[in-house]
Design a protein around this ligand. Sequence first.
Ligand code: AOF
Ligand code: ZN
Length: 362
Amino acid sequence: MLKEQYMELALSLAEGVRGQTSPNPPVGAVVVKDGRVIGMGAHLKAGTAHAEVHALRAAGKEAEGADLYVTLEPCSHHGKTPPCADLVVSTGIKRVFIATMDPNPQVSGKGVQKLEAAGIKVEIGVCQERADRLLKPFFHFIQHQTPFVTMKTAITADGKTAAYTGHSRWITDEPAREDVHCLRHEHDAILVGVNTVLQDNPLLTTRLPHGGKHPIRVILDTHLRTPITAKVIENKQADTIIICGCEASVEKEEALTAAGADVIRLETADIHIPLLLKKLGEEGIMTLLVEGGGEVNASFFQEKAFQQMIIYMAPKLIGGKMAPTPFGGEGFPTMDESIPLTFDKVEMIGQDIKITASRKEG
Ligand code: AOF
Ligand code: ZN
């Protein structure tokens, strides 16, 4: 097999644990000797063994003289676990292939330095594009200490999120709606506005045939209007964080806290999105899925406070100039001010289309 094929195997392992390693990155590793895979592994959860540890453990003594394929530069620091670079050296690995470098300031090149200082041959950049795509949220979080924000929306083919009456069940079909639950599983947190809580009383949990990880629920609720009886409060499958402005009622805050929610009171009367993202970053939230209604979406839109958009488009037309679209608010006056996106991926999900787009920086 070619080196790219072994790295693709390591990348598949890493992709398989996407969303379950936060705030750590998903990483995969494969150990190969004489053309035979003798060990493989992935980092499964923050605080537990890194990918290399699992792969090298599986290889055992045979690792001596073998090649290691790892999707991220092996770490060089003592974090919650000891440095992988030291382990790689001590097991007698001969060559290390790395897909991409670790921008974590505690690592960033020092892992490779350790390997090379021990006489190991290192090659960087094997299948780098695929690794960088997978690690985009981690890179963003390391650089900004704020979550990588994905806005999700479901629209008709004429771009509406509901009929002019507000009726919206359902725009997309069952398979696309199930795909949204995969998104929830992959994200650390999911965000909606209090209006969504009041109107739909959603659970915001992950409901997939084989289970799934529930994201932390984040409710934007300037005046603390979330009822104590709301499902997001009563249901304990996931934690709920309620964000309010500095003028919200202290009694209501106490009642919500007593009911098990975490209330974060901002220093400002209104919810300022960049400040909110800073607070969520401090909570260790690396990925945030915004499933807000038009007004919540508009506030992220206006601040350009998102990195990715996932659009599910149904083959239906609803029409109506009063029918809502994904972004409320005023919008921009001319095309020159429009927010530029790149369409990264287009897929059919059942009869619907899923578009994954990233916002062009700048
Ligand atoms: C690796 N292999 O599989 C992963 C790495 O607190 P710790 O010890 O878990 O370290 C976390 C940091 O290690 C994380 O921020 C990132 O820089 C790196 N992740 N490194 O060698 C792995 N998951
Ligand atoms: Zn490590």
